[in-house]
Write a protein that binds this ligand. Structure first.
Ligand SMILES: [Mg+2]
Length: 374
């Protein structure tokens, strides 16, 4: 089988109400949709986890990766990946857009292979450990009053979740007070995850971490900027609450440093960002060797990213819990003819079809396309 073409489309869909985290405002969802065509008529789908600048991803793939793909056998996936990685590295791009773009290509290659062999990707990863994954709701966002945020938390519990993420990081004292009010309102039978989105200094993170311990928080996520690995390691040693991070990191080389320095309890690579399915599987295995949990990042991802992540999570031993976004995201809710992002009783099911086990809603794709890349 040979690759005969790579079809690229930048998709953008506005959202109804702006979404606020500690570091930025979100007003639309974007992705670069990759379709790899083959001479056997099989088409593989992938995309990257890049909620902005979809056109930058598409043009990078067209200019740098497509020449490496045409005429190749998709089953040479790993070799193609490393040729592409080496090309990007030569330009100093071992993180960011280059690796996000490569992630999209890599996922599409897996989809081709799974479809050609007529098996779900999780089987190609060694088989699944679980049919359903425990999921947490992402997230109670910043912005509304604490009263409204408390009610939002309750709505996630009513929907069936037993674990909920709360955004924080703009004011440590208010964040600690919110934790007290959450426990007062909902007790200690629910897992509370707190995401700081890299907003704190070491001292502030230590102060917040003490409050997180007092209110028995499940994990604190990205308390510090990812550049400060030494502070992460110090913070982790100082606190009993788990420290999670990884959505801002790329490839096994990036994660090697986090693990070797003892910076995290939970590794959160994103399949559509950190290098694709095989890189994230390797990151999870490396984490396992350090006794560290794997809880893949998916927030803001499209349904394609969700499907890819579900296959990896199902087939990986040290998987801990699955991130399931509950706020508006048309690319998660509308992109597929068969939704993969639905939960029941706080759990999410693993897709069963060949490859990723998904099918695009072509009408949605048509409406969301802002540019095609030839
Ligand atoms: Mg996060």
């Amino acid at each position: 089988m040979l690759i005969t073409g790579v079809e690229l489309a930048a998709l953008r869909v506005p959202i109804g109400a702006e979404q606020l985290i500690s570091t930025r405002r979100i007003t639309s969802r974007e992705t670069c949709l990759v379709r790899i065509h083959t001479d056997e008529g099989i088409v593989g789908i992938g995309d990257s986890q890049r909620p902005e600048s979809a056109e930058a991803i598409c043009s990078y793939i067209r200019d740098i990766y497509v020449p490496l793909l045409l005429g190749r056998d998709p089953f040479d996936r790993e070799r193609i990946f490393h040729e592409a990685y080496t090309t990007a590295r030569y330009r100093g791009r071992v993180k960011g857009v280059a690796i996000e773009a490569l992630s999209a290509v890599e996922i599409a290659l897996w989809d081709v292979i799974g479809k050609a062999l007529r098996v779900p990707i999780y089987k190609l990863l060694g088989g699944k450990y679980r049919d359903r994954l425990r999921a947490y709701a992402t997230a109670v966002m910043l912005g509304p009053s604490q009263e409204e945020r408390l009610r939002q938390f309750g709505r996630f519990l009513d929907a069936g979740f037993t674990a909920v993420k709360v955004k924080a990081g703009r004011n440590v004292e208010e964040d600690a007070e919110f934790l007290r009010r959450l426990r007062e309102a909902y007790g200690y039978g629910v897992d509370i995850l707190v995401d700081l989105n890299c907003a704190l200094t070491f001292k502030a993170a230590l102060r917040f971490g003490r409050a997180a311990e007092k209110y028995e928080v499940y994990w604190i996520e990205e308390p510090l900027p990812p550049e400060h690995l030494g502070d992460y390691a110090k913070l982790r040693r100082a606190l009993s609450v788990m420290v999670a991070a990884g959505e801002s990191e790329y490839t096994v080389y990036g994660f090697r440093d986090w693990l070797a320095r003892g910076a995290i309890d939970v590794a959160q690579p994103d399949v559509g960002r950190a290098g694709g399915i095989w890189q994230v599987r390797a990151i999870a295995e490396m984490a396992e060797a350090y006794g560290i949990w794997f809880a893949p990042h998916t927030g803001h991802g499209s349904a394609i990213g969700y499907a890819a992540t579900l296959h990896v999570a199902a087939a990986t031993r040290n998987f801990l819990i699955f991130e399931l976004e509950q706020i508006e995201n048309p690319l998660r809710e509308g992109l597929l003819a068969n939704r993969v992002d639905l939960q029941e009783g706080g759990h999410i099911a693993v897709p069963e079809g060949p490859g990723l086990g998904i099918e695009l809603d072509e009408k949605f794709v048509e409406r969301a396309t802002i540019a095609r890349f030839k």
